[in-house]
Design a protein. Structure first.
Length: 439
């Protein structure tokens, strides 16, 4: 019996040895096929990838063949978003997932004129968090200093310039205009405006910041080439000769925002009584855009669509709606919200309910992100017309950083977006600037 066991054991060892040799031989053959350039006469093959789910910057290993060993010649897409490629050895790709490619991703690999699409989907997990960048709840005055030291009293509206500086219209104690530089860690007053400033906007160059004052025709300009020195300016009405030649005269009681049109380079604003006005930021010469009255007796906050550049979006907080105005056709149409009905309801944009929507921005997906003041939350309108609540609890005020289940705001009014698509929120009654990161 012992002899038979010995024979079986020897046979087993022999088979194992052969297996090791074959495996080693196969490994050598695999090694010979890796680290080779892409061969255009052979197809690119994508066999698998791991892991099959994750968030932004997840490290993915893709296995296949004929990727080539030049990572710069390879393109990998998660839906339409291009991923960063760390390395390739011909049979394996090391890839980093892009930001927000979509919930369910089709992965494709392109090398030269060849491409391949995976049979399997990647599940992208979105992470939404709110943090406080600067300010302290319960303070009652403006104080300059570092981000840790600075305080506010009703920070209202924001914009971001080409260098990711934040500009703040600060409403009380004092009524001033403020710059916030996160990289250099400081908050500084640019000017004590003496009047409440409203939604600032960069000019067509993205450098010069223009800030409307609440009443009348005055506004401020800030140019980085002049070390942000405050320049108080006045919009000009058409002359008698210009009116005779066809320009429409205008008057302004109050104005609440500026928006720059990239096509004509002009600055657009709207008076409280519904007059739509534009002016040249160089000559300051202005005119009324249309004789029509656009939704009288309400504030308004304006922004042009980044792609359809002659479509102006306007929020009307007293009417609880978002409208569009087409500069080419003159159409003024309800885009979202229920006219004269305040509430909190997600869903189709024309059935959804808002409550005093104020400043808006467009995110990288061309969705509209809204500071929904009366609902104490941040809302989004997707390009296909669906309203959702991004963060905050509809109708519940408070102060809490964290994820969508925890975060709370108290009358958010201002909103801006930087070059990395981080969203900044002027949380007015909490006296803080908050940061919304969607990854």
């Amino acid at each position: 019996m012992r002899v038979k066991i010995l024979k079986i054991s020897n046979l087993f060892l022999a088979v194992a040895a052969i297996t090791v040799v074959l495996a080693y031989s196969c490994k050598n053959e695999d090694d010979k096929s890796s680290n080779k350039p892409y061969d255009p006469s052979r197809p690119v093959v994508l066999d698998s990838f791991y892991p099959d789910s994750g968030g932004m910057a997840t490290k993915i290993i893709m296995t296949g063949s004929n990727f080539g060993n030049d990572a710069s010649a390879i393109k990998v897409y998660f839906n339409q978003k291009r991923a960063a490629i760390v390395s390739s050895n011909g049979t394996q790709l090391f890839v980093i997932t892009p930001k927000q490619p979509g919930d369910t991703c089709t992965i494709s690999v392109v090398v030269g004129n060849d491409s391949v699409i995976s049979d399997h989907k990647f599940r992208y997990r979105t992470s939404v968090t709110v943090t406080t960048v600067v300010g302290q709840k319960g303070t009652g005055e403006f104080k300059a200093g570092t981000l840790a030291e600075a305080t506010f009293d009703k920070p209202r509206f924001l914009c971001v310039d080409a260098e990711d500086n934040l500009f703040l219209a600060h409403w009380d104690n004092p009524k001033n205009i403020v710059i916030i530089n996160q990289r250099k860690n400081y908050v500084a007053e640019l000017v004590n405006a003496g009047d409440r400033a409203n939604v600032p906007a960069p000019d067509a160059s993205g450098k010069v910041i223009l800030v409307p004052l609440d009443g009348g025709y005055n506004y401020y300009g800030f140019d980085p080439d002049a070390q942000w020195a405050a320049k108080r300016l006045t919009m000009l009405r058409p002359t008698t000769e210009e009116v005779t030649a066809g320009k429409l005269d205008y008057t302004i009681n109050w104005k609440h925002g500026f928006a720059t049109n990239e096509i004509d380079g002009l600055i657009y604003t709207r008076a409280y009584d519904g007059q739509l006005i534009r002016f040249n930021p160089i000559t300051r010469a202005g005119e009324r855009v249309t004789s029509d009255i656009l939704m009288p007796d309400t504030d308004s906050y304006l922004l042009f669509h980044p792609d359809d550049k002659n479509i102006l979006y306007l929020t009307y907080p007293a009417k609880h709606v978002v409208y569009t105005y087409n500069l080419d056709t003159g159409e003024h149409l309800r885009y979202a919200g229920s006219l004269n009905v305040s509430g909190w309801r997600d869903g189709d944009r024309l059935d959804a309910e808002l409550n005093s929507p104020r400043q808006i921005v467009f995110d990288e997906e061309r969705a509209i992100v809204i500071a929904d003041e009366g609902n104490h939350c941040i809302r989004k309108i997707t390009p296909d017309g669906i309203v959702t609540t991004v963060i905050g609890m509809g109708g519940k005020s408070g102060y809490q950083d964290g994820n969508p289940d925890d975060a709370l705001f108290n009358r958010p009014t201002g909103i801006a977006i930087d070059s990395d698509y981080n969203i900044y929120i002027a949380d007015s009654e909490n006296n803080c600037i908050r940061k919304l990161a969607i990854e």
